[in-house]
Every structure is written in C-alpha cells, then in structure tokens.
Design a protein around this ligand. Sequence first.
Ligand code: NG1
Ligand code: ZN
Length: 552
Amino acid sequence: MAQISFPSQLKRLTERHPKPANYRFSYGTAGFRTNGSLLDSVLFRVGVLAGLRSKRLEGKTVGIMITASHNPEEDNGVKIVDPYGEMLEADWEIYATALANAPNTEMFIGFLDTIVCDQKIDLFQASKVVYARDTRPSGLLLVNALRDGLDAIGAIGRDEGICTTPILHYIVRCINTAGTRENYGEASAEGYYKKLSDAYRVLVEHQPTPPKLVVDCANGVGALALQQLAQHLFPILEFSSVNTDTENSSLLNHDCGADYVKTRQIWAPNVGNLIADGERGCALDGDADRLVYFYRDRGHFRLLDGDKIAALASIFITQLIEQSGLDTEKIYVGVVQTAYANGSSTKFYETRKLALECVPTGVKHLHHVAERFPIGIYFEANGHGTVLFSQPVLDAIYEREPISPTQAAALRYLKALANMINQAVGDALSDMLMVEAILAHMKFGPVEWDSLYLELPNRLVKIIVPDRSIFRTEDAERRLVSPSELQERMDDITFQYPQGRAFVRPSGTEDCVRLYAESTHRYQTDEMAYRLAGLIYDEVGGDPATRPPEFL
Ligand code: NG1
Ligand code: ZN
C-alpha cells in the first residue's frame, strides 16, 4: 500500500488506462516500442514517470517523444529525454520498465511509492514536461494518455505537436539552458531552423551553390521539417524532396527512407530515377534522426552510410583544427563506433591514428563515450549520429585570437559547425547540412567522398528465434557468451573467409536477433551469412515458418 500521499487524481486516472494483460513491455535501445494500440497505459505511466523525473531534477524540463522511428506505421513508441537533450539515465529505464509492467493500479502506485522514496523526491516540487509526436495516427490518442499521466502527477505539459525527434531534443536543451552560459538557442522549431540555417550560411560563405539535393523524407515528419528549413536556406541550398506524403499514413517508411536503403542497399523505388550519374541524394528515417546518402556511379546504386559520414566529418574537422592554430595535443577528434561499423572504416581511423572506441549498440552508449573526447564524432552505420564539441574546446575556439586569415576562417567555421550540429542527439537535417558544407569546402563530389575507403561487402540478417534473451554478448557485442559454444562454431565458419568478421546480438527494438557478416567479396559474404544464419537456426530451433527460404 502507498505510504506517500500522491495527488488524489492519480488513482482515478490510472484506472482509465489499464495495462493490457499478458504483455510485457521493455524500455529498450529507443524507449518503449511496439504496436501503437498496446501503448495507452505505457504513455500514461511514462507521463507520470517524466513528471517525477522533473521533480527529482528540481523542476528542470524533461522531454517525451512519441515515435517508432523507421518502424512500420502501425507501431509506435515513446522515450524520455533528459534535460540536456540526452537519453534517459539508465537507472530510470529500470523504473520505466517496472512501472509499465505493473499489472494493476495498486501495484503501479506501490512502485511509484518506492521510486519516490528511493530518489527522495519532493512531490510538492513543480515539474515540467515538453512533448511531441511524429506523424503516426496512433500518436493523437497516445498524447491524450500522456496528458492524463502528467495531470495525475501534477506536471505542467507543453505540447510541441508534430515535430522531428531531434527538434524535440533541441527544444528540451534550449529550455534548460536558457539564461545559463550555454544558452543553447531559442526553444522553438523556428529557433532551430534559424540556428541551423544561419550557421550553414557562414560555412558556405565563399562556396558555389551546389546542385539541388534529392531528399527522400520516408513520408514522415522530416518532410514537414525540411519544407520549413528549405525556406530558411533558399537560395543557397535547394532540395528536390520526395516521399513527402504525411497524409496517407500507410506510406510512412514504406519502400523508402534511410532504413530501407541502408538494409537493402538499393534505390528506393521512386528515388533512383531522380538521380543522374555522379549525382547525390539522401534519405531520412520516419522521425528524421537518421541520415544516409547515396549516388549513382556508372548506373549503379552506391550507399554512403553513417560510417562514411563520420569519416568525412573526421577529416574536415581535423583539417580545421590544424588550420586554426589551436593546440592539436589538446584539441583533437575521437571517433566512436559500434560493432556494425564496416571493418574498412575502422581501418581508416587506425591508419590515420585517430582515437577510436567501439561500444554496444544504442545511441546512449555512443553519446556518453563521445562526450569524453575533446571533439567526439559518433555514428551508427545506419546513419544515426552527431559530433559533440566539449566545453573546453568551445572555450578555446572562442578565446583564440587568429594571427592569419586562414586561422580566422578555420575558427569561424569551427564555431559555425558547433552551432549547426545538434549537440543533443543524432539529427538527419543537421547532419545533412554538415555533409553539404563539407563537400562544398573539400570540393568533393560523392565519388571522391566514397573513395575515402573501400567498404567491405556486408550483410545484415534478421533472425526470428523463440527466445532472444538466451543470446548474451561481451566485448561491445562482438562476441557471444551464451548460448555456450555457439561463438566458437561461428568462428569456425568466419575464419574460412578473407577478412571475415561476424557477430550476432539480440535486438533491443524488435523480437529477433541480428546477424552481421562482412568479408572481402560479395558472394563469399553472402555465403558466410547464410551458413551462419543456418547454424543459429539449428542451434536455437527457430520456427521454420519464419525461416527465410535461403536458410532452409
Ligand atoms: P536494435 O534493434 O537493437 O538492433 C536498432 C539499430 C540500432 C539503433 C536502434 C534504435 C541496427 C543494426 N540496429 O537497434 O543501431 O538505431 O535500432 O533505433 O541498425
Ligand atoms: Zn529514427
């Protein structure tokens, strides 16, 4: 029974949002994510928890984003954003999972009681939560459940309506840094467009206008944001946007967007015809926090993924630091990757002797390690990433007196980059402007960019298994510790292929395990992936009905 006296409306409102029986929710790599129709109670409870989080943080504003990113239209999801725009602290993820799974009102209030005691939360402290959603139709009802959650705990809500995930993160950071030294920006979508476009204008001040950029918006919220951003950028950067239908929700992420091109490595059906030989285009995902580029090379589709974006950023920023006259011992770039980074990209940094770390999948892992570098670049191969400038680096950039026009220009560009690149989270639109600015400066077309290194052919395979929780990993998910001996058997296969590398890990967002394989040749990589997937099916007894025909 509750010891704490919660607001009287808490019990009544909790009753309105019962948990579906026999369903277990889990706060995974990207918050809660599942079919949108199952999420009503989760949104209510997340609202209550976000209110508590804000109270715990002395009334700082906490964010909530309702989205299922690149997943199909019928899915939805929710995640809590901490005050500087970063992902929710890990201990609170455990609270979120416990609250979401409380079977009834009494147990839910009992768990809340425990959290309030554990965290010594003053329930009389004011609390504020800013929230937004993507274009999914289920978002509207979920927002209502969320509002009930905020009311139940007495938190003040601010509705940002439909916006991209990175804009919500940006707004959270702006609200909480207003009046402080950082003062991140004006806390509105308009403030975001202005900040990005002003910085872009500085970066391309002496550069010719590039050809129109084709942008595949995944029929998601990125289409609406790009339309606004384009008005601020006209005429220095123009777009040919495609897959911009946000009215017909069944089209969201359907045969288009960043995830489609990254996983299939082919043109999205209505994009290829817009791109002539040697021309570039890019794709956002459904909530515009992932970005990949592509181009046509003598008729063929070529992908420029998150790894290639990180490589491009690393050489440009390193060059600017050298030109600026800053102390390169103290101010340097470090790169953070996951096991999904292509082996050739890892070699690219090793040969350039750049600081490099590999961490488990999930932006929160990448972000935290990137924060330890003076300038931390992190990208997942799927296109989620950003570049973080630490406070000492920003101080040095602003304090340094240039002694030549080259130094002055380099410092100006570093300042503009730090303003333009979203410091809270990976952001497709901000990353897109970064890429465009760098290509312009380096006089690179997509071919020159692509030739920074030659990617190893790779294959990502989704494997449905009866129980993914038996898969446990170590060494930043690169090796399995359970099921026992499966790793050794996988190694026996992998070692037979030149530069062969493979790993399998349980997904944090879907009920499956993911196998990644790479080696020197395309046909060998495919063969290796099929053999490894077959081994995994044999080992854990995947349902034959879900087993792709090539693995039977
Ligand atoms: P899972 O489902 O845990 O593999 C996927 C992506 C992650 C990350 C999250 C969150 C791959 C292989 N995995 O995670 O990188 O972006 O979704 O959206 O791309
Ligand atoms: Zn996304």
